[in-house]
Design a protein around this ligand. Sequence first.
Ligand SMILES: [Zn+2]
Ligand SMILES: [Zn+2]
Length: 161
Amino acid sequence: MKLDIDTLEWGQSEMEISGDLSLELGEGCPQSVQVEGALAVDNLENRFHLKGNVKATCETQCGRCLETFTFAWKAPVEIMILRNIDRGEDQGDTLVLHQSRGEVDLADAITECVSLAYPLTTFCREDCKGLCPTCGIDRNKQSCDCKEEDIDPRWAALDNL
Ligand SMILES: [Zn+2]
Ligand SMILES: [Zn+2]
Protein backbone atom coordinates (compact mmCIF):
# COMPACT_ATOMS: atom_id res chain seq x y z
CA MET A 1 0.00 0.00 0.00
CA LYS A 2 2.61 2.45 -1.17
CA LEU A 3 2.31 5.37 -3.54
CA ASP A 4 5.45 6.59 -5.30
CA ILE A 5 5.01 10.35 -5.62
CA ASP A 6 8.13 10.69 -7.82
CA THR A 7 6.75 8.58 -10.65
CA LEU A 8 3.04 9.24 -10.19
CA GLU A 9 1.39 10.49 -13.35
CA TRP A 10 0.09 14.04 -13.47
CA GLY A 11 -3.60 14.62 -12.92
CA GLN A 12 -6.01 11.86 -12.09
CA SER A 13 -5.30 8.18 -11.75
CA GLU A 14 -6.42 5.24 -9.69
CA MET A 15 -4.62 3.23 -7.06
CA GLU A 16 -5.53 -0.33 -6.12
CA ILE A 17 -5.56 -1.11 -2.42
CA SER A 18 -5.16 -4.73 -1.40
CA GLY A 19 -3.54 -6.47 1.52
CA ASP A 20 -3.65 -7.29 5.20
CA LEU A 21 -3.63 -4.76 8.00
CA SER A 22 -3.21 -5.26 11.68
CA LEU A 23 -5.89 -3.46 13.65
CA GLU A 24 -6.45 -2.98 17.35
CA LEU A 25 -10.20 -2.94 17.63
CA GLY A 26 -10.30 -3.58 21.36
CA GLU A 27 -10.55 -6.60 23.56
CA GLY A 28 -11.79 -9.75 21.85
CA CYS A 29 -11.68 -8.00 18.49
CA PRO A 30 -9.80 -9.03 15.37
CA GLN A 31 -6.17 -8.25 14.77
CA SER A 32 -5.81 -9.20 11.12
CA VAL A 33 -8.01 -7.46 8.58
CA GLN A 34 -8.03 -7.94 4.81
CA VAL A 35 -8.67 -4.79 2.82
CA GLU A 36 -9.37 -4.23 -0.86
CA GLY A 37 -10.59 -1.34 -2.93
CA ALA A 38 -9.46 1.50 -5.12
CA LEU A 39 -8.68 5.13 -4.43
CA ALA A 40 -9.01 7.98 -6.90
CA VAL A 41 -5.68 9.82 -6.92
CA ASP A 42 -5.38 13.45 -7.90
CA ASN A 43 -1.81 14.66 -8.46
CA LEU A 44 -1.70 18.44 -8.02
CA GLU A 45 2.12 18.61 -8.13
CA ASN A 46 2.79 19.27 -4.48
CA ARG A 47 -0.45 17.89 -3.17
CA PHE A 48 -1.71 14.39 -3.70
CA HIS A 49 -5.34 13.80 -2.88
CA LEU A 50 -6.54 10.23 -2.42
CA LYS A 51 -10.19 9.36 -1.96
CA GLY A 52 -12.32 6.27 -2.12
CA ASN A 53 -13.72 3.35 -0.22
CA VAL A 54 -12.07 0.15 0.88
CA LYS A 55 -13.84 -3.03 1.86
CA ALA A 56 -12.48 -4.58 5.03
CA THR A 57 -13.08 -8.18 6.11
CA CYS A 58 -12.19 -9.96 9.31
CA GLU A 59 -13.18 -12.75 11.63
CA THR A 60 -15.12 -11.41 14.58
CA GLN A 61 -17.62 -12.41 17.23
CA CYS A 62 -21.35 -11.74 17.03
CA GLY A 63 -22.49 -9.32 19.74
CA ARG A 64 -25.68 -11.32 20.29
CA CYS A 65 -24.95 -15.04 19.92
CA LEU A 66 -21.14 -14.91 20.33
CA GLU A 67 -20.55 -17.05 17.22
CA THR A 68 -17.40 -16.28 15.26
CA PHE A 69 -18.20 -15.17 11.73
CA THR A 70 -16.69 -13.25 8.82
CA PHE A 71 -17.66 -9.61 9.01
CA ALA A 72 -17.23 -7.13 6.16
CA TRP A 73 -17.56 -3.37 6.32
CA LYS A 74 -16.90 -0.39 4.12
CA ALA A 75 -14.47 2.33 5.15
CA PRO A 76 -14.29 5.75 3.50
CA VAL A 77 -10.68 6.81 2.97
CA GLU A 78 -9.48 10.35 2.35
CA ILE A 79 -5.80 11.21 2.52
CA MET A 80 -3.82 14.28 1.47
CA ILE A 81 -0.06 13.98 0.95
CA LEU A 82 1.78 17.29 1.04
CA ARG A 83 5.19 17.69 -0.59
CA ASN A 84 7.37 20.56 0.62
CA ILE A 85 4.38 22.28 2.17
CA ASP A 86 4.67 22.65 5.92
CA ARG A 87 1.08 23.37 6.60
CA GLY A 88 -1.83 23.14 4.26
CA GLU A 89 -5.10 24.91 4.69
CA ASP A 90 -7.43 23.18 7.11
CA GLN A 91 -8.25 19.79 5.65
CA GLY A 92 -11.19 18.99 7.90
CA ASP A 93 -11.38 15.24 8.48
CA THR A 94 -8.84 14.39 5.79
CA LEU A 95 -5.70 12.66 7.04
CA VAL A 96 -2.64 14.68 6.10
CA LEU A 97 0.77 13.09 5.47
CA HIS A 98 3.99 14.97 4.81
CA GLN A 99 6.62 13.54 2.50
CA SER A 100 8.91 15.18 -0.05
CA ARG A 101 9.83 12.24 -2.28
CA GLY A 102 9.79 8.51 -2.86
CA GLU A 103 7.23 5.98 -1.78
CA VAL A 104 4.60 7.04 0.71
CA ASP A 105 3.49 4.18 2.93
CA LEU A 106 -0.29 4.46 3.32
CA ALA A 107 -0.75 1.48 5.63
CA ASP A 108 -1.07 3.51 8.86
CA ALA A 109 -3.47 6.03 7.36
CA ILE A 110 -5.68 3.32 5.86
CA THR A 111 -5.56 1.39 9.14
CA GLU A 112 -6.90 4.48 10.88
CA CYS A 113 -9.76 4.91 8.38
CA VAL A 114 -10.69 1.24 8.62
CA SER A 115 -10.65 1.33 12.44
CA LEU A 116 -12.84 4.44 12.55
CA ALA A 117 -15.44 2.79 10.32
CA TYR A 118 -15.63 -0.38 12.40
CA PRO A 119 -19.03 -0.46 14.17
CA LEU A 120 -19.39 -0.66 17.94
CA THR A 121 -21.33 -3.90 17.68
CA THR A 122 -21.24 -6.59 15.03
CA PHE A 123 -23.99 -9.10 14.40
CA CYS A 124 -23.67 -12.34 12.43
CA ARG A 125 -26.92 -11.39 10.66
CA GLU A 126 -29.57 -8.69 11.03
CA ASP A 127 -32.12 -10.98 12.67
CA CYS A 128 -29.76 -12.90 14.95
CA LYS A 129 -31.85 -14.02 17.91
CA GLY A 130 -28.87 -14.16 20.28
CA LEU A 131 -28.53 -16.17 23.45
CA CYS A 132 -31.37 -16.71 25.92
CA PRO A 133 -30.59 -14.44 28.90
CA THR A 134 -32.02 -17.05 31.26
CA CYS A 135 -30.67 -20.41 30.13
CA GLY A 136 -27.97 -19.29 27.67
CA ILE A 137 -28.89 -21.46 24.66
CA ASP A 138 -28.31 -20.13 21.16
CA ARG A 139 -31.82 -19.16 20.04
CA ASN A 140 -30.80 -19.36 16.37
CA LYS A 141 -30.34 -23.12 16.80
CA GLN A 142 -32.70 -24.16 19.59
CA SER A 143 -35.70 -22.85 21.43
CA CYS A 144 -36.45 -22.90 25.11
CA ASP A 145 -39.43 -22.31 27.38
CA CYS A 146 -37.94 -19.42 29.34
CA LYS A 147 -40.25 -16.45 29.81
CA GLU A 148 -39.30 -13.17 28.18
CA GLU A 149 -39.02 -10.66 30.99
CA ASP A 150 -37.31 -7.86 29.14
CA ILE A 151 -40.34 -5.60 28.80
CA ASP A 152 -39.24 -2.08 28.03
CA PRO A 153 -39.91 0.00 31.19
CA ARG A 154 -41.15 2.89 29.03
CA TRP A 155 -44.00 0.71 27.72
CA ALA A 156 -44.69 -0.60 31.20
CA ALA A 157 -45.14 3.00 32.35
CA LEU A 158 -47.65 3.61 29.53
CA ASP A 159 -49.67 0.60 30.71
CA ASN A 160 -50.16 2.29 34.07
CA LEU A 161 -51.74 5.43 32.58
ZN1 LIG B 1 -25.33 -13.88 16.05
ZN1 LIG C 1 -33.94 -20.00 27.79
